[in-house]
Design a protein around this ligand. Structure first.
Ligand SMILES: Nc1ncnc2c1ncn2[C@@H]1O[C@H](COP(=O)(O)OP(=O)(O)OP(=O)(O)O)[C@@H](O)[C@H]1O
Ligand SMILES: [Mg+2]
Length: 292
């Protein structure tokens, strides 16, 4: 996907298993919306192709419409629309829609009186989500489905997505929320500056990424520890007094950390060794300085 000189998505490629949840994970501006919009047939790609059951999202759009649900990042709903009326209107396009009242109740749309334009951010999101799934699609695209939602609505949305999946619906969503990807996704595609950095299951992505963490006084001279570590091992203070050493949990490195702490006169607290979380992997992959 190119916008003038900006190559916003380049060579992104992934397969989506039927009945699974795929999360396209990336920072703001990484190219998530550009990617998912192309998959939905909402934008046409500058190059490359997308197939949904072998069909083209744009050329075969008419045929796909009944099978695919879409929740756009910017809503795509008329400003003057009222929640329930809009949902009924969308439901009427489908042969076997979900019961509108139940869905509205579930997503707390029943008591919204404002027009779409004046709805709160979370209300807009809930209405857009309801419109995306009311037609019982086989495949749903959700662009940041829980953006702006409070914790209760987020939980309801997660449960709804899990239920869709249990019903065999295929889901492709974008998010920059690690806990969302960790909880929901069978397959995670991490994109950064328009490219796929890594993809796989959460287990695949976090497996074998060793990390040591510990707490101590803030602002310790970490460079004196770093000097003794192999180049593939990096020591950082991720928050004041919260330290991490990425790349190895070998006894030698643990001993070096202990020795260093004693030299700088501190006792490491809550020292632990283990595998990275998705967050660690994501930050490690996407915090690199701009190379483009
Ligand atoms: N229509 C457009 N014209 C020009 N540039 C665009 C257009 N749409 C997107 N971009 C640019 O392409 C890049 C990727 O944008 P995109 O919306 O795909 O990112 P995103 O990952 O969805 O970000 P966010 O998390 O903020 O939603 C950004 O730098 C954005 O400014
Ligand atoms: Mg986006």
């Amino acid at each position: 996907m190119r916008y003038g000189d900006l190559h916003a998505v380049r060579g992104v490629s992934f397969d989506v298993q039927s009945g699974s949840v795929t999360a396209v994970l990336g920072r703001n501006g990484a190219g998530k919306t550009s990617t998912i919009d192309v998959c939905e047939g909402y934008r046409s790609a500058s190059a490359g192709s997308v197939q949904l059951w072998g069909l083209d999202p744009i050329a075969d759009g008419r045929e796909l419409r009944a099978r695919v649900g879409v929740m756009l990042q910017d809503g795509g709903i008329y400003g003057s629309a009222k929640a329930l009326r809009m949902l009924r209107h969308v439901a009427a396009f489908y042969a076997h829609p979900l019961p509108v009242d139940d869905l509205a109740e579930r997503l707390e749309l029943t008591n919204i009186t404002a027009t779409y334009r004046r709805m709160s951010g979370g209300e807009k999101q809930r209405l857009a989500l309801a419109c995306a799934i009311v037609g019982r699609p086989e495949l749903v695209f959700l662009d940041e489905p829980t953006a702006g939602m409070d914790p209760q609505s987020r939980r309801t949305t997660w449960e709804l997505i899990e239920q869709l999946r249990a019903d065999g619906v295929t889901i492709v969503l974008t998010t920059h929320l690690l806990d969302e990807a960790e909880r929901l996704a069978d397959h995670v595609v991490i994109i950064d500056k328009g490219r796929v950095k890594r993809q796989g299951s959460v287990e695949d992505l976090t497996e074998g990424v060793p990390v040591i963490t510990f707490r101590a006084d803030a602002n310790l001279p970490l460079h004196t520890l770093q000097e003794r570590l192999a180049v593939s091992v990096t020591a950082t203070e991720e928050a004041p007094g919260q330290y991490r050493v990425d790349g190895s949990t070998s006894p030698d490195v643990v001993r070096l950390v202990g020795t260093w702490c004693s030299e700088v006169g501190v006792v490491p607290r809550m020292l632990s060794t283990g595998s990275a979380r998705l967050e660690d992997v994501f930050l490690g992959l996407t915090d690199a300085p701009d190379e483009s």
